[in-house]
Design a protein around this ligand. Structure first.
Ligand SMILES: [Zn+2]
Length: 73
């Protein structure tokens, strides 16, 4: 089953990706982020896992519909 992670780009856009490599990090351990092509910016952005508990249901739903088409390390 596909597991997606909601991430936030450096510009604050929320989207999701199925290939984010830091799925097991808990809140407060967001790490340095990875370069992912943000579907909102259309550019490579340093993105970190979003703090999903701080997001509204609506924000989460929107992020899950916006999936990053590719992963670039
Ligand atoms: Zn963005």
């Amino acid at each position: 089953m596909e597991q997606r992670t909601v991430v936030r780009c450096a510009e604050g856009h929320l989207f999701s990706t199925s290939t984010f490599p830091m799925q097991h990090l808990g809140p407060g351990r967001l790490g340095p982020g990875r370069l992912i092509r943000c579907p909102r910016c259309g550019r490579l952005r340093s993105s970190v896992p979003a703090d999903v508990e701080a997001l509204s249901v609506r924000q989460l739903a929107r992020a899950m519909r916006l999936e990053a088409p590719e992963f670039l390390a």
